[in-house]
Design a protein around this ligand. Structure first.
Ligand SMILES: O=C[C@H](O)COP(=O)(O)O
Length: 246
């Protein structure tokens, strides 16, 4: 499976009641342009969104998954459940799960293994906090997260990395262009070292991507696409971000 660039994924987070969510999904499904579009609605409307975009090339995935396939894990959903309703992808290790729910690298690793067993496209999110950045620890954190969250031996064509500096998420702040390029170069180097140069795992940037800054970010060296939060909830903005990469 090779994903055409630009890859533009929208993480709806805990947003999307049926009516608005389905209207948004239908608008995304008709967006013209070359590349790969993906949306990650809340689990409550995952199946309906999948049906709403049927016949388009839009990828629909879930925002998290458990490391076990089934069992007594109240409140969780598993990779086989996502697959069962027609989902083809999952976001793992989002900073809101790492920091908000206390997910450790090893937890993300286990979830990624489960996702690979279910043959889902697995988007592993990584990124440093503001304190880590200020302390000059960005690359050390990225290295630890890549090494600790990404299982070896799975199908590399089903892996995507999203670099999302935690301090840029939902804040309107973005790193400088040279910082994005250097972070992506570091991630690429580490992925090459682990998975081989031929792996070409796509690397997305995430954090306050909007219609206004998308063209500049998508044009940066080493940026294969973007993972969009807030701006993915507005069909026009999300489609403009996709168009900015054409
Ligand atoms: O998953 C998406 C990221 O958390 C980015 O969110 P944002 O675009 O609202 O900053």
């Amino acid at each position: 499976m090779s994903l055409e660039r630009p890859i533009v994924f929208g993480n709806w987070k805990m947003n999307g009641l049926r009516e608005d969510g389905l209207a948004l999904a239908r608008a995304v499904a008709t967006a013209p342009g070359k590349g790969t579009l993906g949306i990650f609605p809340p689990a409550t409307i995952l199946r309906e969104v999948i049906l709403a975009v049927e016949g388009s090339n839009v990828i629909v995935g879930a925002q998290n998954a458990h490391s076990e396939d089934f069992g007594a894990f109240t409140g969780s959903i598993s990779a086989p459940m996502i697959k069962d309703v027609g989902g083809t992808a999952v976001l793992l290790g989002h900073s809101e799960c790492r920091h908000g729910l206390g997910e450790a690298d090893a937890d993300v690793w286990g979830k990624a293994e489960a996702s690979a067993r279910a043959d889902l496209l697995t988007v592993i999110c990584i990124g440093e906090t503001d304190d880590e950045r200020t302390a000059g620890r960005r690359d050390a954190v990225l290295r630890r997260q890549i090494d600790g969250s990404m299982p070896r031996g799975s199908d590399v064509s089903k892996l995507v990395v999203a670099y999302e500096p935690v301090w840029a998420i939902g804040t309107g702040k973005t790193p400088s262009e040279s910082d994005i390029v250097s972070a992506h170069a570091f991630v690429r180097e580490r992925l090459d070292a682990i998975f081989g140069r031929e792996s070409r795992i796509p690397i997305l940037y995430g954090g306050s991507v909007k219609a206004e800054n998308a063209a500049a970010i998508l044009a940066l060296e080493g940026v294969d696409g973007v993972l969009v939060g807030g701006a993915s909830l507005d069909a026009e903005s999300f489609v403009r971000i996709f168009q900015a990469g054409q």
